[in-house]
Design a binder for this molecule. Structure first.
Ligand code: FBP
Length: 254
């Protein structure tokens, strides 16, 4: 485990501010809050509220190298656009070495799609990412989203628990998974991940912030290690994004 850089006090609590949706979903995600089209907003929020790190693809990371240098960067190493349909494959786009040396990554991330006919390539790429991350002393975070024609319900408890377990089997320090629907089922998800810490994947914007914060409460009670949230923060106007950030950080209690 190489969590020291992102968890210096060893509390095992993390709140990542995810901003890789521009690639995954396209600019549609920024329509409701045009300010979010620039990564400046998430960097300002992370600076002001103490998120563990912001999640950036190579491009926004390069463009904002000098902005809020105190804000830690988790560099997303693979990615795909949301245009093609069918079983997903998300190729490695940025090597660990470049992320660490050129983009000052203190952690690296990779999305796995178990159940896709291409899962084997992604498992192999991520296993190599884990070895490289070990060599460079940074944690590897696995986004684990069962997906493809073999997957009927990607948020069924047994599917989310399997996702968390896959992250552990491949050597991830942290697994980012979808909400399994109940506190009890999420406890099983966390237990299934053994030594790998489990964080909640934010999901679509809830109109009422309390709805999202209620899930965060349940995740923490279930033994979760925190959140990796995007749209539920930066799809709100700046003041509301700041308000929910404060609530998230309080609940995660880093
Ligand atoms: P959100 O909090 O906005 O849901 O972000 C979490 C995340 O995993 C992003 O890091 C990623 O870009 C996106 O969700 C992928 O979403 P999808 O489930 O639509 O592939």
């Amino acid at each position: 485990m190489h969590l020291e850089r992102i968890d210096p006090e060893g509390r095992g609590r993390f709140a990542f501010l995810a901003y890789d949706q521009g690639l995954e979903h396209g600019p549609e995600d920024f329509r409701g809050n045009p300010e979010a089209v620039s990564p400046r907003l998430v960097l300002d929020l992370a600076h002001a509220h103490g998120y563990t790190a912001v999640v950036l693809q190579q491009g926004p990371a390069l463009a904002t190298r000098d902005l809020h240098p105190d804000v830690l960067r988790l560099i997303k190493l693979n990615g795909k656009a949301g245009i093609a349909k069918g079983d997903p494959y998300s190729p490695l786009l940025c090597p660990v070495e470049y992320a660490v040396k050129a983009l000052r990554a203190v952690a690296v991330g990779y999305t796995l799609y178990p159940g896709s006919e291409h899962e084997g390539r992604m498992f192999a790429e991520f296993a190599e990412v884990v070895r490289q991350a070990q060599a460079f002393g940074v944690p590897a975070v696995a986004w684990v989203y069962p997906r493809g024609k073999a997957v009927q319900n990607d948020t069924a408890p047994e599917v989310v628990a399997y996702a968390a377990r896959i992250a552990y089997e491949l050597g991830a320090d942290i697994a980012k998974v979808k909400w399994s629907g109940t506190l009890d089922s999420f406890r099983w998800v966390c237990e299934s991940a053994a030594d790998t810490k489990v964080v909640l994947s934010g999901g679509v914007l809830t109109e009422d912030p309390r709805e999202f914060l209620d899930v965060v409460d349940k995740v923490m009670k279930a033994g979760g290690a925190g959140v990796a949230v995007g749209r539920n923060v930066w799809q709100r106007p700046r003041a509301a994004a700041a308000a929910i950030s404060k609530e998230i950080i309080t609940r995660v209690r880093m």
